[in-house]
Design a protein around this ligand. Sequence first.
Ligand SMILES: N[C@@H](CCC(=O)N[C@@H](CS)C(=O)NCC(=O)O)C(=O)O
Length: 244
Amino acid sequence: MVERITLYSAKICPWAHRTELALKESGLDYKRFEIDLENKPEWYAPKVNPASKVPALAYGGPDTEPDSPSPDSVKLAESYVLIEFIADLVSSTKPLLPSSPVDRAKARFFVEAFTSKFTGVWFGIVQRGDDPAGILPAIDTLQDLLPAEGYAVGEWSIADAAVTPFLGRASAVLKNDLGAYDQGKGAKLWETLQNDEKYERFRKYFADVTKRESFKETFFEDVIVEGYKKRFAPLRAQRSAAAS
Ligand SMILES: N[C@@H](CCC(=O)N[C@@H](CS)C(=O)NCC(=O)O)C(=O)O
């Protein structure tokens, strides 16, 4: 029997978003608690996640309010661990990973290949002002690994949950040209991704993953746009002041 679940999340965070997608797709009941990353509650690290990061889950134990987590629930963290855990919970009722070991390995490879290429360069782009075109190798990898049709490994799976939050944020951030990089470069790159025939498979995949209800219910574009504006606009201003 699946036990009580509380998710500690933050709308801005792509890692936490992975877990929200997997939970929505699982159909499991859960409570959600938003952690303000700029002003984390003092109980969060000692009682939920010693690393003080989102996402985290409290699993089982008595029915307490999320801000009074019970010592009797199991606390789990790390987004990929959590989405596999969610897939394990529903493996017999709502498979979120294929059953064949080969396809499961392909799903994990897809996640690792994309994430390792995307995340490092993404933070360099938005924080240090590197050229947004730096994400193209990650998009190429995604396209190379995708089957001709459908999701990462056929049916929607947690492999899609793992990459979609980064694609959603790339879309919101680039089309609004947000980040420390030179003004105009983000919007230009997004236009290329929208129009260049080379990226047709990417566009179809992006449309497929973002039209799902699970995405619509868990993606808060306004929060992301405001968050990135607040955090990264001053960095662009500093870079252009230093250059002039
Ligand atoms: N490797 C972790 C990364 C999680 C992470 O870095 N979360 C960020 C927010 S996006 C966080 O909670 N940072 C702590 C902080 O901002 O103080 C995972 O996959 O869950």
